[in-house]
Design a protein around this ligand. Structure first.
Ligand code: IMP
Ligand code: MG
Length: 174
């Protein structure tokens, strides 16, 4: 077990995800929307979010890694799983669990911009600004959380705790 403190409840997540879905549906009406989930952290958020978007859309995934073999053509980022849909001319919405330093999303934005997408925007469940190193525009942000290491609702600590239905701050990891 870990000592943890709830920072966002299950009810607050559901309410906010619904609002984000409605905003995305308004903004992308008549466009060719592709939602790209960044694995593994975004899997629960993406699954809930797409069910709140009343529009035609496509879903794909990418998995990035700071080490290991690369399947991406860009030198800026290493992917262990790349997207598979044809993205040319489409409106990409990158779906991430949490923006911390901003490095991952800044690089992914560059990668997809180079793939002839019509547009590339970012939706993140949590915008954690305390350690931001690279400026990156988060177009849709679920919650601003000032500090702390968060787990639950997809977020992990050493691959554990992703399954919690709410978001917690770790007080003392074991
Ligand atoms: P960055 O913005 O490039 O620093 O990377 C963000 C990534 O770091 C996220 O996709 C998470 O996988 C991980 N991360 C950053 N902060 C946390 C946290 O508080 N809990 C869990 N994962 C985190
Ligand atoms: Mg992640």
């Amino acid at each position: 077990m870990i000592d943890k403190e709830e920072v966002v409840s299950r009810q607050d997540i559901a309410r906010r995800v619904k609002e984000l879905g409605q905003a995305i549906a308004r903004d992308y009406a008549g466009r060719r929307l592709v939602m790209i989930g960044i694995l593994n952290g975004a899997f629960i958020f993406l699954a809930d979010l797409v069910r709140e978007i009343d529009l035609p859309l496509e879903i794909d995934f990418i998995r990035v890694s700071s080490y290991g073999s690369s399947t991406c053509s860009s030198g800026a980022i290493q992917c262990t799983k790349d997207t598979e849909l044809d993205l040319a001319g489409k409106d990409i919405l990158l779906v991430e669990d949490i923006v911390d330093t901003g490095r991952t999303l800044a690089r992914l934005k560059e990668l997809f911009a180079a793939r002839n997408a019509e547009s590339v925007r970012i939706c993140a469940l949590i915008d954690k600004k305390e350690r931001r190193e690279v400026e990156v525009a988060v177009d849709y942000a679920g919650f601003d959380v000032a500090e702390g290491f968060l787990v639950g609702y997809g977020l992990d600590h050493a691959e554990q705790h992703r399954q919690y239905p709410a978001i917690y701050k770790i007080v003392s990891p074991v």
